[in-house]
Write a protein that binds this ligand. Structure first.
Ligand code: ADP
Ligand code: ADP
Length: 233
């Protein structure tokens, strides 16, 4: 029941004469309904790994199986289709369409894959209600707080029932009280059975996950249960 299996994953960027080995043989296995935080200092390869896991980019070497399908040698179009169906992205900067309502923002992934309008609206409303925004569906991003905007982004991530929710520093632009609300929402989504991968450099945020994987210089330096799961001695 593995959702993510990477086997000796390498990513090398060419910069002029220089080769930068951003990932140097990552072996990672994530099961359905795990809640994993990926930590590491700046430049350690977190974004690169997240781009590969999220089917935004392909590895230089090694393989990546998503739900048992090898997705490491696909064309950009094939990757885009799998991304739309399998990955729900949540970003630090929300990445919402400024001129569109919350409802329309959440409908976008369904427009992309050709879902009929009536079903689109029904599903978008359902996920907006599930993140507590039932009364804000007609609001535009600039009429909402940061926490509400991130809830819209989370609803958009959920609307296609993805295999993985991939959240990159989701609280990076939020104050500490709102950050806790958003982390509580992720915990609720995890309880409901979602598989979550959270990229963060903040230990306090990583502790909301059940498993903490630390990357250093492009390799996994440690992989352990979060303190939340480790009994106090
Ligand atoms: P993190 O997200 O942990 O800060 P990154 O994955 O962004 O780490 O970067 C890992 C390494 O790869 C760094 O040395 C970075 O400079 C390099 N890198 C990242 N993206 C690119 C790119 N598009 N081109 C060249 N080098 C890159
Ligand atoms: P195909 O060449 O038709 O994509 P596959 O066996 O790779 O054959 O895929 C069978 C079905 O699974 C297709 O509908 C495809 O869109 C879907 N699929 C492909 N990759 C993935 C994936 N990583 N996770 C879930 N479904 C996928």
């Amino acid at each position: 029941n593995d959702v993510i299996v990477t086997n000796d994953l390498w990513k090398t960027y060419i910069m002029g004469e220089q080769e930068v080995h951003a990932l140097r043989g990552v072996n990672l296995r994530i099961q359905r309904n795990e809640y994993t935080a990926i930590m590491g200092p700046s430049g350690s390869g977190k974004s690169t790994l997240m781009n590969l896991i999220g089917c935004l980019d392909s590895p230089t070497q090694g393989s990546y199986c998503l739900n048992g399908h090898d997705v490491s040698r696909l064309t950009d179009d094939e990757l885009a289709r799998i991304r739309n169906k399998e990955i729900g992205f949540v970003f630090q900067t929300f990445n919402l369409l400024a001129r569109a309502s919350a409802l329309h923002n959440v409908e976008l992934p369904l427009i992309y894959n050709g879902t009929p309008a009536a079903e689109r609206i029904e599903r978008a409303k359902f996920v907006l209600e599930s993140v507590g925004l039932g009364s804000r569906m007609d609001h535009k991003p600039n009429e909402m707080s940061g926490g509400q905007r991130q809830r819209v982004a989370i609803a958009r991530a959920l609307v296609n029932s993805p295999s993985i929710i991939l959240a990159d520093e989701p609280t990076g632009n939020l104050d500490s009280k709102t950050s806790i609300e958003i982390m509580n929402l992720f915990e609720e989504l995890h309880r409901q059975g979602n598989t979550i991968v959270l990229v963060t450099h903040e230990p306090d945020i990583a502790e909301h996950a059940n498993r903490v994987v630390t990357i250093r210089d492009g390799v996994i330096a440690s992989d352990k249960p979060s303190h939340k799961l480790v009994p106090a001695t």
